[in-house]
Ligand binder design. Structure first.
Ligand code: NAD
Length: 495
């Protein structure tokens, strides 16, 4: 790789030095060009980031390929020890990671400090421990012994979105490394910073050079060549459906296995027998991260007999939400990520209003705060086939529809092309099971939301994705399973 020492080096973000270059083969690599990374909080330029190209993609895959044999043959206990050392490093730098992530993607600092970054560390600890617990079934076939083993697959390309950058990246990095693979991580260009801190942490923990590589840049410039590379053995992608289609097409040419975690338009079904205070609390909670959560239950489906009461309580509770600077402890709702995203969100809302929807609350940008702050919005009077009900908005915009029967509720719930998650609020346990069994969704929550166990499968049906990750499902994806069948006879006397 040519050196570009004058291009991009280190930026100070929230008081934390962040290297803005790639991390390839155990060293920092600049690019000829850079791109600007802005904070959604106030629009300031945080850093200029190395703008990767096909050359950096090639170098990163080459580094991952070179490092693979040694890492793959590193004993699982040693791999697990190194992953725990990375988790230690994450915990030691938790405050830095949280501050940089908030500056970069605008999500709440308190969430990063108390929820997200501890989970980042847990991602490494969980898959380190799980690696040592993997089952190696031994089956007997007419005296022949079957021995099942999990073999490292090779270099993995991991491509992640901006809404929960480090959490989603490490949800892939940790199992990929645990399984004995080497990694090239490509974070989103709107929030690229904490991935660079992760590279520092991994190096300080003693992860060998080339085992974890990081390339920065735009999807079409550096992401696309990564997904087209014939030496890549797995591609795991979290992001939007249109990008997933491109990646799947490209990967298909090399028959590279892909795991796709995509968008959603998840429903929350509120039945007449529900605890309405709980239902309202769960519904208002969907404005978390300014609505930029793939799992968010953005379609509120409420039994008509309680809809008026629900709406009144929802409106009262939503009025208590405090919107503002995500670094403030008292803030509930921060900015959206980027001017383009704000424009997109507002476009959905304006078109819905023009088509006859009614804004129960919100309905536009927050005029007091300006910038990228969009008012929490609830739209009623929306038809099932309308754009705002069918398309993922990815902002603080919920829709309200009513139903009269269970059958109608299920039809509305399943009536989009997505199938990521669903939430049920009901006081009737049998109804909960009955409805859950009819829903097309990778995860169904009953009287709760966002309760996640890393042992459980995670993923979406229909256009919400392909495959499941989590627990052994992650190892299923990141490992090559081998069955060795040994006959009882044929051994020499020396054997
Ligand atoms: P996006 O698809 O625009 O970008 C995601 C990543 O793909 C970025 O790193 C981008 O640079 C890269 N990319 C873009 N074009 C590429 C190409 N041609 N080849 C390779 N890489 C390319 O998505 P986004 O806007 O960053 O993220 C929001 C989306 O992610 C939403 O749809 C959301 O629902 C989804 N999401 C899903 C989950 C889940 O677990 N199911 C979690 C979080 C977000």
């Amino acid at each position: 790789m040519p050196e570009h020492p004058a291009a991009a080096t280190v930026a100070t973000v929230a008081g934390v030095p962040v290297d803005t270059r790639h991390w390839i083969g155990g060293r920092r690599v600049a690019s000829a060009d850079t791109f600007a990374d802005h904070s959604p909080i106030d629009g300031t330029e945080l850093a200029r980031i190395a703008r990767g190209t096909a050359a950096e993609a090639e170098a990163a895959v080459a580094a991952a390929r070179t490092a693979f044999p040694a890492w793959a043959s590193t004993p699982p206990a040693e791999r697990a020890r190194l992953l725990h050392a990375i988790a230690d490093g994450v915990e030691a730098r938790l405050a830095d990671l949280a501050a940089v992530e908030t500056a970069d993607n605008g999500a709440l600092l308190r969430s990063h400090l108390r929820g997200v970054m501890p989970r980042v560390a847990h991602n490494f600890r969980f898959f380190a421990d799980r690696l040592l617990e993997l089952a190696h079934p031994e089956l007997d076939t007419r005296g022949h012994a079957n021995r099942v083993s999990w073999d490292p697959a090779g270099p993995c390309v991991l491509i992640t979105p901006w809404n929960a950058p480090l959490m989603l990246a490490t949800w892939k990095v940790a199992p990929a490394l645990a399984a004995g693979n080497t990694v090239v991580l490509k974070p989103a260009e709107w929030s690229p910073l904490t991935a660079s801190l992760l590279a520092d942490i991994a190096a300080e923990a003693g992860l060998p050079a080339g085992v974890l590589n990081l390339v920065q840049g735009y999807g079409d410039e550096v992401g696309a060549p990564l997904t087209a590379h014939p030496d890549v053995r797995r591609i795991s992608f979290t992001g939007s459906v249109p990008t997933a289609r491109r990646i799947a097409e490209t990967a298909g040419r090399n028959l590279t296995p892909v795991s796709l975690e995509l968008g959603g338009k998840s429903p929350m079904l509120v039945f007449a027998d529900a605890d309405l205070d709980l239902a309202v609390e769960l519904a208002v909670g969907q404005y978390d991260n300014a609505g930029q959560v793939c799992l968010a239950a953005t379609r509120l489906l409420v039994d008509a007999s309680v809809a008026e009461e629900f709406t009144a309580r929802f409106t009262g509770r939503a009025a208590e939400l405090r919107q503002g600077d995500p670094r403030e402890e008292s803030t509930d709702l921060g900015p959206n990520i980027h001017p383009r995203q704000l424009e997109r969100i507002d476009g959905f809302v304006r078109r819905a209003l023009a088509a006859g929807a009614r804004a129960v609350i919100g309905g536009g940008p927050n005029p007091e705060l300006g910038g990228l702050y969009y008012r929490p919005t609830l739209l009623a009077g929306v038809a099932q086939d309308s754009e705002v009900v069918q398309e993922e908005v990815f902002g603080p915009v919920l829709t309200l529809q009513t139903f009269d029967t269970e059958k109608e509720a299920v039809e509305l719930a399943n009536g989009t092309r997505f199938g990521l998650a669903a939430t049920l609020v009901t006081g009737d346990r049998e109804r909960a099971d009955r409805i859950a069994d009819q829903l097309v969704a990778g995860t169904v929550w009953v009287n709760c939301f966002f309760v996640r166990d890393l042992r459980a499968p995670f993923g979406g049906s229909r256009e919400s994705g392909i495959g499941r990750e989590g627990g052994d499902w992650s190892f299923d994806f990141y490992a090559d399973l081998r069955n060795t069948v040994t006959a009882p006879k044929g051994w020499s006397d020396r054997g």
